[in-house]
Design a protein around this ligand. Sequence first.
Ligand SMILES: [Zn+2]
Length: 757
Amino acid sequence: MISATAISRRSFLKTSGAASAVAVLGGLPCSPLLAGPTASGPPDWVDRPMRWAQLTLVEDDPGKFDPQFWLDYFKRTRSDAACLSAGGGVAYYPTIVPFHHRSQWLGNSDPFGELVAGCRRLGMVVIARTDPHATYDDVRDAHPDWIAVDADDKPRRHWASPEMWVTCALGPYNFQFMTEVKKEIMARYRVDGIFINRWDGSGMCYCEHCRENFREITGNDLPRSSNPQDPARRAYILWRQQRLFDLWRLWDGEARKINPDSCVIPNTGGGATSSLDMRKIGELAPTLIADRQARRGLAAPWANGKNGKEFRAAMGRKPIVGIFSVGLEEPYRWKDSVQTEAEIRVWVADGVANGLRPWFTKFSGVLHDPRWLRVVENLYRRYAGWEKYLRNEFSLARVGLVYSQQTAWFYGGERAGPRVEDHTLGWYQALIEARVPFEMVHDRLLERAQLTRFKTLILPNIAALSDIQCDQLAAFVQRGGGLIATYETSLCDEWGVKRKDFGLADLFRVSFKGRTEGPMQNAYLRLEHETARGHLLLKDLADAPRIIHGVWRLAVEPREKFPNPPLTLIPSYPDLPMEKVYPRVTQTDQPEVYLRELEATVAGRLAPPNAKSEIRNPKPTGRILYFPWDIDRTFWEVQCVDHFKLLRNAADWATNEDPPVTVIGPGVLDVTIWRQKESLTVHLVNLTNPMMMKGPIRELIPIGPQKLRLRLPAGMRTRRIHLLAANKSPAARRDGQHLSLTVPSILDHEIVAIDVD
Ligand SMILES: [Zn+2]
């Protein structure tokens, strides 16, 4: 087995010290954190399933639930893969691994085996679900060191099932015991894969193994603070990942020794705030399951599609599956509840439109509320009919929204939600409203080959960037790319340590003056219509002399002249008492947006448009737009339409090209555009709903008509144009590279499918 010392302390320190941060986070292949992927290639089956079913049994299911009911349901839904409960906390087969707890209701039965055999008869891919996060008194008595320990050195009882114990994820319980469980499941049932749920621990563990292993590798005691600038915390963030990647590799290797055409699929990953490095995950995983089952708190239905975009940024063309729950989630976890048909349909549609293959999950083999069955059956049968148009090759989006785990880990820390993610959410909402197809981009995947499909990159307060990443972004602009950045973007290095000036100061041509202002009450922006007349940034704002400012701004100083800025500062003035609420200053010459335009030279050297240069390629032109304030975060908080217009116009100005698709009509739509082997599709997901921003959608409200204008890739010939949901072929007009058509109405999800040569 792999021990903590599989990587030496020296090599870990080499990569966790700030001096060689690049080796860890810049992605040099020699770093331990980014050690090569598993030797084996992807199993043959991974790209086959398009519709997944998950049945998670509860302990008293054996003998009570009807396996045949579920097998019939899998068949009716045309599900082509299943994830079934096997073992871990409860074994649903007659295990002989010591301490592997058989269901008390198991008797002589083997419900897991019965379901596996049934699914095989249906020709389905089958993976086994294991969950190692909790165990029992007998384990605790025999192996007290397998149990997680809290900060007060006390073994941890399970928070929801207090007769159980929380296990340590990074010690022998997982490395030894769960390895034996996986080997037994694979040897007996030869499943296609093993899904590992809640495998990465339940918070900090201070057990003897964690303490000793951490000290051995990093030289530190386990951190007691959550401050990412504490060296022990920083080392822990990396060490924990290293342990988990070791564990994943161990399990995957053992499973493949028994069944080479299998793999272990960890339930992991996500966006900026996820704790395991997505770049590394993208290298290791042949397929992955995005686990965002339903809304929680303030979550628009596009949150499901966002998950798909985040995973794809690291996974590329590899299949990504999206788990959806048929019930309510929220912190209270009503696992046996059922949502409305409308909510399930829109949530799943947004995932599918964003490249996720749907996976329904149901807990308990005995149904307490059957209302969802028909909904999912109809949905799956619909998607089965559309299957060839859902096998995407790549997205045709030209705009990339960058996300940064290192910014969340080392700059955001415990406040990564408001400090990091809220900026992204603001941009996300704005791009949805603007109907701009876009992808997400991982900040450590900025090499040239990874960016060629993008015209514009948006950096929503991506504060922590290494010098190398800044160089990569500069090179992108040199090649003619557009770049939009907000607030503290690049003001810290990759460890979240503040720089004196922006890492991108050369690109912005703006320097940080060392001061942050905020939270600002009652501050405004003056729109300079006279001097910046007709500027694209002010589109649809012609009647506004001024608009609201954000909440936080940086004091910055231009390094060169920025003539005729479209936005200038009207400083904050008292908001009480009302008699005192009058502007002390109505006009300043302080720009609140910095725009630059650069012509790319053939040699690739950055040069201002009027500079003398011997060889010049007049196109493409790189454009840079920097807001030294939190426009995106404020938009997420306040949702002022003037900020929306600025964000939309900023994206248009920076992109500066004919978009791949425009959709004009009423309502809110998530628009995505895809290429398949023999077709091109535009997905239109109707998010228009009074309940959209929290997501408890009661009814589907049709919208239309929507006028589409597509820019087809050069030389593409179209054969047949079809609206899949309406099941109609619309009249279309071809004008050179452009194709225009009208979609009369959209209920939840329409796909314009164009067969092409
Ligand atoms: Zn531990």
